[in-house]
Design a protein around this ligand. Sequence first.
Ligand code: 5RP
Length: 218
Amino acid sequence: MDKQQQQKIDAAKVALKYIVDDEIIGIGTGSTVNCFIDLLADHKHRIKAAVSSSVASTEKLEALGIDVIDLNDAADIPVYIDGADESNHQLELIKGGGAALSREKIIAAVADKFVCIADESKYVETLGEFPLPVEVLPMARSHVARELVKLGGDPVYRHGVLTDNGNVILDVHNMEITQAKLLESKINQIIGVVTNGLFASRKADHLILATDVGIKEF
Ligand code: 5RP
């Protein structure tokens, strides 16, 4: 197993302590979360059910015998566990590498606590080396791309990808993101944008980072 994969598992293991007994747990999307879902299988008796941010996570949860319920039926979600493509030191994130950003952002907004799990490659000084994903209604793709250029980015259409919501993704390259909240809000105001992968208004509450020298928690 390579070092990065081992770190994903290590971070996922530490996140088990955030499970709240007899409550609903929010589950994100991606390879790090998949490690957490595998571990959750042994703790499924402790939780009421899960709400899931993607078809892929739902399928994996259900295959392991974990009930998945609709977010509209979940009154309270004490904890949401998800990965990230980048986290800065304020725990503002870039997410959406797996195209699940909108559902992830909705569950993160509902949850009381957002626990992010990541390997050390995700921890950065400044957000933006990872291209910022933006989910867009298909008919607005070119319009949104032109507006993103005005904001200083280089949007690239993620060919062949449709989100679980039937939309497309523009990945915005070459943005050095120093004011994440402001940029998040500006991009969300472009007509045709569903949401963007900056999690700054609702950032992570905790980051479990697996590194060469062990787990660091922020
Ligand atoms: C999916 C996401 C993921 O959390 C992000 O892409 C990190 O994925 P991985 O754990 O596979 O590195 O935002 O939309």
